[in-house]
Design a protein around this ligand. Structure first.
Ligand SMILES: Cc1cc2nc3c(=O)[nH]c(=O)nc-3n(C[C@H](O)[C@H](O)[C@H](O)COP(=O)(O)O)c2cc1C
Length: 334
């Protein structure tokens, strides 16, 4: 378990939980680009752990720290048990998902629909906090459907703060639970950053991170300069990991340079890839997260093509990654 003050510091910049994207391999790549940022798992539902016994969902590598486990669910006791399992697995933080737009899955209610029941969210948080020593945090929206965010968000935050939650990330748009797909729900409801900024004024001691539509480190720095405590980046960090993360340690955390280049991150991935392959894994399970590493650089298309065409083949190994890397033109030579 990493010290709480270190996690709080790491939360100045985090990579968002993203199902099917921020799996353990993706997180190792991100960690090689930024040693300071906070990384989130994909959402794991509490029922999958507690009723389903799917403990493999908690697997991660030690180099991922600081790393937070995101849970989905709405049953306080089940979430408490799942949080305990997360703590036992060594996670640094447990985060409750109150933002995912799918309101029901087989395993029950979770996600953004819980914005309608802040008292239940508070009970869930209280139960999780009682169950673990590590920090419990919340990721939420500004509201759902026809709710008025101006009323709903402060009420929601007040209720979770009242049960001891000290850190929240707000995806600064509503989720429209009727009529939009989860993907549309990440783009169509308008962003309201000002509302999130005002929440910092209302709850000055809450550690507040903003999420949604942030596509550059400059934009992230602006939010921090304006007084927010943290910035969480999702899709941009996934699609252009080097652009978002390689300068983060220096620019966001004040660590002396030099920045880790995309090439260095690839080199650092090679032993991890070797280990994955020798334990029976496939190359493309890792390289699928690396396709955007050189986005915008000469040779990026070749990099993507070599990996996309070759990495699924049964005998594909680290030499394919090295060959793809040789297609990249270094800035000095470009
Ligand atoms: C493929 C994908 C999967 C996601 N899965 C989750 C999830 O499991 N839990 C969650 O809280 N948010 C999830 N999100 C939402 C992101 O965490 C984030 O809130 C959203 O993408 C907005 O941030 P961005 O504009 O920086 O991408 C997902 C987003 C994407 C693109």
């Amino acid at each position: 378990m990493t010290d709480k003050s270190l996690i709080t510091k790491a939360a100045r910049l985090s990579v968002a939980p993203m199902m099917d994207w921020t799996d353990r391999h993706c997180r190792v790549l991100h960690r090689h680009l930024s040693s300071e940022s906070l990384l989130y798992t994909e959402m794991v539902t509490a029922p999958a752990l507690v009723r389903g016994g799917a403990m493999h969902l908690l697997d991660y590598s030690p180099e991922e720290h600081p790393v937070a486990l995101q849970l989905g669910g709405s049953d306080p006791q089940e979430l408490a048990q799942a949080a305990r399992l997360g703590q036992e697995a060594g996670y640094d933080e447990i985060n409750l998902n109150v933002g995912c737009p799918s309101d029901r899955v087989q395993s029950g209610t979770f996600g953004a629909v819980l914005m309608k029941d802040p008292a239940l969210v508070a009970r869930c948080c209280a139960a999780m906090r009682r169950a673990v020593n590590i920090e419990v945090t919340v990721k939420c929206r500004i509201g759902v459907d026809d709710q008025d965010p101006e009323e709903v968000l402060p009420e929601f935050l007040a209720q979770v703060i009242a049960v001891g939650i000290e850190r929240v990330t707000v995806h600064a748009r509503k989720a429209w639970l009727r009529g939009l797909s989860p993907k549309e729900n990440r783009d169509i409801p308008p962003l309201d950053y000002d509302l999130v900024m005002r929440m910092k004024g209302l709850f000055p001691s809450l550690h507040l991170s903003v999420n949604g539509g942030i596509t550059s480190l400059v934009q992230a720095e602006e939010f921090l300069d304006r007084g927010l405590d943290g910035v969480m980046i999702g899709r941009a960090a996934y699609h252009q990991p080097a652009d978002l993360l390689s300068a983060a340690d220096r620019r966001v955390f004040g660590r002396p340079g030099p920045d880790t280049t995309a090439e260095q991150a690839v080199q650092k991935m090679l032993p991890y890839i070797e280990a994955h392959l020798s334990s029976g894994g496939r190359l493309n399970q890792i390289t699928r997260h690396m396709l955007g590493l050189f986005a915008g650089r000469p040779g990026a298309r070749h990099w993507r093509r070599v990996l996309s065409e070759g990495a699924h083949k049964p005998d594909a190994g680290p030499e394919l990654v090295e060959r793809a890397l040789s297609e990249i033109v270094t800035p000095a030579a470009a």
